[in-house]
Design a protein around this ligand. Structure first.
Ligand SMILES: [Zn+2]
Length: 175
C-alpha cells in the first residue's frame, strides 16, 4: 500500500491493457462537489482501483474508494463521522451507443477520447455512496447538554399543553 497521490488524468484503455492497479490517497480538496456535502473539508480518502480487460476484452475498472468523512447530523446538527465506501464495477465505452451493448452486470462509463479525469470519476461514485440523511446512532453522546435524542417511545413531557395555555390566556382576556 502506498499513500502516493493519485494521478489526475489516466488512460483507462492503456491501464486495462497492462492490468494496472492504482492505489492511493485523494485529498477531499480535489473533490469539490463532494466537499459541498461535508461538514469538514480537510482530510483524504483512499482509492484502490484495478484496471483490466475481461474475457470479452471489455475494459473494466473495479475496486473501491472510501474512508471517513464528517457530515452534519440531521437530528442534532452537530458533525457526525460517517464511514463511506464507493464500489466500482465499471466498463469503459467510447460512446453512449457502445455502452448499451455492454453486459448489464457492469456500470457503463463513457470515456470519449483517451483520457479520463480520475478524481471526477471517483467523486461521482463517492457522492452516490453518501447517506441521504446522516445522523448519529446516539445523538446524546455527542451533545454537551446531555439531552437524549428524541424517540417515538419517549414519554410525553410534563410541560403544559400549549393549547390549554392558550385557552386559559383567552379565558383571562374575556374576564
Ligand atoms: Zn446527532
Amino acid at each position: 500500500m502506498s499513500n502516493a497521490p493519485l494521478p489526475k488524468k489516466i488512460d483507462p484503455r492503456k491501464l486495462a491493457e497492462r492490468g494496472v492497479r492504482i492505489e492511493g490517497e485523494i485529498q477531499l480538496g480535489a473533490l469539490p462537489n463532494l466537499v459541498t456535502m461535508l461538514a469538514d473539508k480537510e482530510g483524504s480518502l483512499t482509492v484502490d482501483l484495478q484496471f483490466e480487460n475481461d474475457e470479452q476484452r471489455i475494459r473494466t475498472i473495479k475496486g473501491t474508494a472510501g474512508g471517513k468523512v464528517s457530515m452534519t447530523c440531521q437530528r442534532c446538527l452537530e458533525p457526525v463521522e460517517i464511514e463511506i465506501e464507493a464500489k466500482f464495477n465499471l466498463a469503459v465505452a467510447p460512446t453512449e451507443e457502445h455502452a448499451k451493448s455492454l453486459p448489464r452486470y457492469y456500470d457503463p462509463l463513457i470515456v470519449e477520447g483517451d483520457e479520463l479525469e480520475l478524481p471526477g470519476m471517483v467523486e461521482e461514485e463517492l457522492i452516490l455512496s453518501l447517506p441521504i440523511v446522516p445522523y448519529h446512532d446516539d445523538c446524546s453522546v455527542q451533545t454537551s447538554f446531555g439531552d437524549e435524542a428524541p424517540t417515538d417511545s419517549e414519554p410525553v413531557s410534563e410541560k403544559p399543553n400549549p393549547f390549554s395555555v392558550l385557552a386559559s390566556l383567552k379565558a383571562d382576556k374575556q374576564k
